[in-house]
Design a protein around this ligand. Structure first.
Ligand SMILES: Nc1ncnc2c1ncn2[C@@H]1O[C@H](COP(=O)(O)OP(=O)(O)OP(=O)(O)O)[C@@H](O)[C@H]1O
Ligand SMILES: [Mg+2]
Length: 521
């Protein structure tokens, strides 16, 4: 094989030998082209000639520039005066890319290369957002490709006003243009969003009265910081059931692509049912804390129309739990829809007045069904809908069918396993010889976790927090509570029976009087 050097020598020889013919050929070519160029310059429209000539030159110069400086820059500019406002405040979809990039870079700022940093208070919470000072650079790497970010500030003149405009400028080699635009920048935004999301305080929203919609300061939702201490660790429930719910929530959160692939909107419904005090509201708080989601607590009784309900839904954000508590009491949503349509008008005056007070287009069952899984509900994604009720049997089957309420969770009376969690929460113990006595009591009577928690509070106070006396007092308390409950239930039963008996007697008397009036004299 020839040595590389020799090839060069041979090429040079060939080049010199052929130099004369190259010039000759170029001369002949130019002899043909020159009149053509001058013809086009003379007769073609002037603008057209210049445009094409300019374009030609620019392309050539760009190629030369690419060899000299093969780097591309992309600016992400700080949103300035162009943030749009609506009557509800800043429009939520105003471009958040700058904030996301800044949040992403706050991670990169911990590297050695950025020495001059800037700290700003986070919009929410007590944390600080660390970013680069103007003119600073940090290096980043994505799939082995080096990239550089710099913080740039430029003068911005708009009419009479002068200001500064900040950019986060990304520089990379032009050969990575597709990777950067298609994959790296979306990755930066995603990661930045995650950082912003984890830094923020969670919120508990509640809806405003529909009838205030015309007031100037109306906002569909108002909120407070959500700071509920309940977690799945402190929730008293059978461990297997608890695990099932947590696994279900994990599967929901992690399966965004699965939902997309199967064409299902990314949302899930949970129906929590059981007697009062069994921990339904507590479960909602535990879910929100587990997923790190906001809660939208919908008060249906102040929503006037289905349209208002839809507006509420549109104004919720993703990564949220929308909860309707005591759905059986919120509206008359029981019974089937056909019956609702056929329902006769108010027969008594009182009922008629009552009906007049109610808004004309009150929320209907179909409005609520649309709220849960109509077309609008699919917008945004990553939402959980929770209904809680004490009377599951009273609800329309359409409302709670599988697919709408995907998981039905019964919150039941306090079993021994649930008690263990409560004992750990209140007394800090996992095991004790008196646990057997507690188990016996709980097997015999139906007490809610709220009842047991209350007894534990009393026992803790009386027993000065010492496990053995506390548990002894607890057993007595539980027995006492069970007796009280039995007595209250017996009284309620007796009262109901007495009322039924009195009603039957009154009806019999009325019938007798009717008969006496109607009988022939
Ligand atoms: N499973 C539970 N685990 C831990 N604490 C519980 C549990 N259930 C109830 N509690 C305690 O009882 C209190 C009342 O519970 P919660 O409000 O969650 O009941 P609920 O089922 O929502 O009742 P309601 O049907 O009346 O709304 C809570 O503040 C909590 O301290
Ligand atoms: Mg509740």
């Amino acid at each position: 094989m020839a040595e590389p050097g020799k090839v060069v020598v041979r090429w040079q020889r060939w080049a010199f030998a052929n130099l004369g013919s190259v010039f000759t050929n170029f001369g002949s070519l130019w002899l043909i082209l020159a009149p053509l160029v001058s013809l086009v310059a003379t007769y073609a429209p002037r603008r057209l000639f210049h445009t094409y000539f300019n374009l030609f030159l620019r392309r050539r110069s760009r190629r030369i520039l690419n060899v000299v400086d093969p780097y591309v820059t992309v600016d992400v500019s700080e949103p300035g005066s162009d943030v749009r406002y609506s009557r509800y405040g800043p429009v939520s979809d105003c471009d958040s890319t700058y904030e996301e990039v800044k949040a992403y870079l706050s991670g990169a700022c911990w590297q050695d290369d950025a020495r001059e940093l800037r700290a700003e208070g986070a919009r929410e919470g007590d944390g600080l957002v660390i970013s680069m000072r103007d003119g600073q650079d940090v290096a980043d790497e994505f799939r082995g490709v080096p990239l550089w970010w710099s913080s740039v500030v430029e003068k911005d003149v708009q009419g009479q006003r002068q200001g500064k405009r900040r950019f986060q400028r990304l520089t990379f080699h032009l050969r990575h243009r597709r990777l950067v635009i298609d994959e790296y920048l979306p990755h930066v935004r995603r990661r930045g969003r995650e950082i912003l999301f984890s830094n923020r305080r969670r919120r508990l929203y509640t809806n405003s009265k529909s009838r205030d919609v015309y007031s100037y300061e109306y906002k569909s939702w108002s909120y407070i910081d959500f700071d509920h201490p309940t977690t799945f660790d402190t929730l008293a429930m059978e461990p297997a059931k608890k695990k099932e719910i947590m696994d279900d929530l994990d599967a929901f959160r992690e399966n965004r692509d699965f939902y997309r692939r199967t064409g299902k909107p990314w949302k899930r419904g949970y129906l929590l049912y059981g007697p009062p005090g069994t921990g339904k509201s507590t479960m909602v708080a535990a879910m929100a804390n587990y997923l790190d989601y906001d809660i939208y607590d919908v008060e249906l009784t102040v929503v006037n129309t289905n349209t208002d309900l839809r507006r509420l839904l549109i104004e919720t954000t993703s990564k949220s739990i929308i909860v309707i508590e005591d759905i059986d009491c919120s509206l008359d949503l029981t019974g089937d829809r056909a019956k609702q349509r056929r329902r006769p008008g108010p027969s008594t005056k009182a009922a008629a007045d009552d009906a007049d007070d109610r808004p004309r287009n009150a929320v209907t069952l179909s409005g609520l069904l649309n709220f849960i899984d109509g077309l609008w509900s699919a917008c945004g994604g990553e939402r959980i809908v929770v209904f809680t009720t004490n009377h599951v049997d009273k609800l329309d089957p359409a409302l709670i069918r599988r697919g709408r309420m995907d998981m039905h969770i019964e919150m039941s009376y306090c079993g021994f396993e649930a008690f263990r969690t409560l004992a750990k929460n209140y007394l800090g113990i996992d095991e004790h010889e008196l646990f057997g006595s507690v188990e016996e009591v709980l097997r015999e009577v139906e007490l809610t976790p709220a009842d047991v928690a209350e007894c534990l509070m009393t026992a803790r106070r009386a027993g000065a927090g010492e496990p053995s006396p506390c548990l002894e007092i607890l057993v007595d308390e539980l027995k006492k509570r069970a007796e009280e409950k039995e007595k209250a239930e017996a009284e309620a039963r007796a009262k109901a029976e007495a009322e039924a008996k009195a009603a039957a007697e009154a009806e019999a008397e009325a019938n007798a009087a009717e008969m006496a009036r109607g009988s022939p004299r």
